[in-house]
Design a protein around this ligand. Structure first.
Ligand code: FES
Length: 117
């Protein structure tokens, strides 16, 4: 580690297998720092975003750890049905089409997911 440019502290978020394949897992704010994080998974790939819908700046879910995902491709906001692509968080349909979720940098090591921010 370089004192002038310290390496980011990696924070364990979850195991890859904690996330349903083709679905999403909520990392509550208490563990990750506000706001919370949503991690989506397709097979051995995963992507993480701040759990904040760009439409009304509220969480994508209204019940804890309950998300709607379609074909392991799209995550839907529970409030007004905006649809976000897993791989880049881009809204491709709904009231905030063209906006995107805020990506959270993650690293997958031995099927464990770490946040490097
Ligand atoms: S708050 Fe997410 S689509 Fe409206």
């Amino acid at each position: 580690m370089n004192a002038a440019n310290p390496e980011p502290l990696a924070v364990f978020l979850c195991a890859l297998d904690d996330i349903p394949d083709g679905g999403a897992l909520e990392i509550p704010a208490q563990q990750s720092g506000a706001p919370g994080i949503v991690v989506v998974r397709r097979g051995d790939d995963a992507w993480a975003y701040r759990n904040v819908c760009p439409h009304f700046s509220i969480p994508l879910n209204y019940e804890p750890n309950t998300f709607w995902a379609y074909d392991a491709e799209l995550l839907m906001c529970a409030h007004h049905s905006a649809m976000f692509r897993f791989e880049d968080g881009q809204c491709i349909d709904g009231p905030c089409e063209g906006a995107a979720l805020t990506r959270v940098a993650i690293r997958i090591e031995q099927r464990k997911i770490f946040n490097d921010e």
